[in-house]
Design a protein around this ligand. Structure first.
Ligand SMILES: [Zn+2]
Length: 431
């Protein structure tokens, strides 16, 4: 294998550069779901898949599906993949790496004449970022049989509904239900993805095994006090909800800092009436809190609420919480994680595990089959940004580990786990 170094990595990097040409905005990478550039990217990915010997179909939700059959009759299917849509002004590796590295793996298996006891499908999902419509993971949800048909009425900023956009794209809405796979036929899903964070780089590691995709809760906090004149109300008599909110925001940060693996962010704050010479009457701010397990997230959330209520009480302010969104954590499959870790060790890597703070198609796929994710180091942890970067050596290493994983994977050993698997709930978390 080392004699090939880094042939596969070089080809995947070249193909990622080619894919980056398909954009809705010249000079940037912007590839929204069901846009003209999504169509172009699908055709390009189809070409790569066909060159790798995959039989290719495009389904009715805009996924590209490449398939290579096992010689074993009635063999189950292992799915590899990620997404080819992007945020606005994106980098070229988020999503694309997972799709194109999977194609690379299949092409190399074929070149070596390897016969596996399972068929392989490579999926290029089209709607992971959820930028165009107020819906997300449409492609992977359709596969998992959890597509939300009500989301067909969701509209983009031009008033075009998801249903209309699908029809204009050439998709048949009546065909979406048929995309769902039979869970008894699918033995696993592996997604390789850039880390989108700085942890692997800090550990000086190319690759890591994802333990879980963090769950998340979002809520608004409304704090009310007493408006008054900025010049006449003495400091001791004030009930200032904005000064109170400042203390509360620091408390949110403090709880997250003291709780391992919890991250919490206040991203929006509104003060009213919002005048320079008026003590505010009311403040509203948002909280986004994430953790790799539901228990840790719920504990952190109640700790935050408790601290905020205390601050409100001390300052004689009223406080209320409005839930906005909640998504349970998606644990990766322990069996697949172990096998992926074994593949890393066999390939000479230190085995390192980490949670994913961002959402991925694997969240939806976990409703269908056991899932695993392989993270690849990205420069500075930067993503959703043109500065996103990975190295050819790391790309090669990821492909080698995926190859090793598939060559050792035996689907029968996983089937007995199939019915005992807990199905994570999903409530439309945004990546
Ligand atoms: Zn992604």
């Amino acid at each position: 294998m080392r004699d090939n170094f880094p042939r596969l990595g070089e080809r995947v990097m070249r193909r990622l550069d080619q894919l980056a040409v398909d954009t809705d905005e010249p000079g940037k990478i912007t590839r929204l779901f069901l846009s003209p550039s999504h169509k172009l990217a699908m055709a390009r990915v189809r070409g790569f898949m066909e060159a790798a010997g995959l039989a290719v179909e495009e389904d009715d939700i805009g996924n590209v599906v490449g398939r290579v059959e096992s010689a074993v009759p009635d063999a189950p299917v292992f799915i590899l993949g990620s997404h080819i849509d992007s945020v606005r002004d994106a980098g070229r590796y988020d999503g694309g790496f997972g799709v194109l590295s999977a194609i690379e793996v299949v092409e190399e298996l074929r070149r070596r004449g390897e016969a596996l006891p399972f068929s392989i499908e490579v999926l290029a999902f089209g709607d992971e970022e959820g930028v165009r419509f107020p819906a997300t993971l449409s492609g992977s949800r359709a596969l998992a049989g959890t597509f939300d048909f009500e989301s067909l009425g969701a509209k983009d900023e031009n008033g075009v509904s998801l249903a209309e956009a699908l029809r204009d794209f050439g998709c048949d809405i009546d065909g979406i239900g048929e995309i769902a796979r039979d869970p008894r036929r699918i033995c696993g899903y592996l997604e390789s993805h850039i880390e989108q964070g700085p942890v692997l780089e800090a550990e000086n590691l190319a690759l890591g095994v994802v333990t879980a995709i963090a769950g998340m809760c979002r809520f608004n906090v409304t704090v009310e006090g007493e408006a008054g004149h900025a010049g006449t109300v003495p400091m001791q008599r004030r009930k200032d909800p904005l000064a109170g909110s400042a203390a509360m925001i620091l408390a949110v940060e403090d709880v997250a800092r003291r709780t391992p693996q919890v991250v919490a962010t206040v991203g929006v704050i509104e003060s009213s009436p919002g005048a320079i010479n008026v003590i505010p009457a009311k403040v509203r701010f948002s909280v986004d809190l994430r953790a790799p397990t539901d228990q840790v997230r719920e504990q952190a959330k109640s700790k935050v609420e408790g601290r905020l209520r205390e601050i409100a009480k001390e300052r004689e302010l009223t406080i209320s919480f409005t839930p906005l969104d909640e998504a349970k954590a998606t644990p990766c499959d322990p069996g697949l994680m172990r096998e992926l870790s074994d593949a890393l060790a066999r390939q000479g890597h230190r085995v390192f595990t980490l949670p994913s703070g961002a959402g991925h198609d694997a969240m939806a796929m976990a409703r269908l089959c056991p899932v695993a994710m392989l993270f690849i180091r990205c420069k500075g942890g930067v993503s959703h940004n043109p500065a996103e970067a990975i190295t050819v050596e790391d790309a090669q290493a990821a492909i080698e580990v995926m190859l090793d994983f598939l060559l050792h994977f035996r689907p029968l050993e996983h089937q007995k786990l199939e019915n005992s698997r807990a199905l994570p709930e999903s409530h439309g978390s945004r990546p």
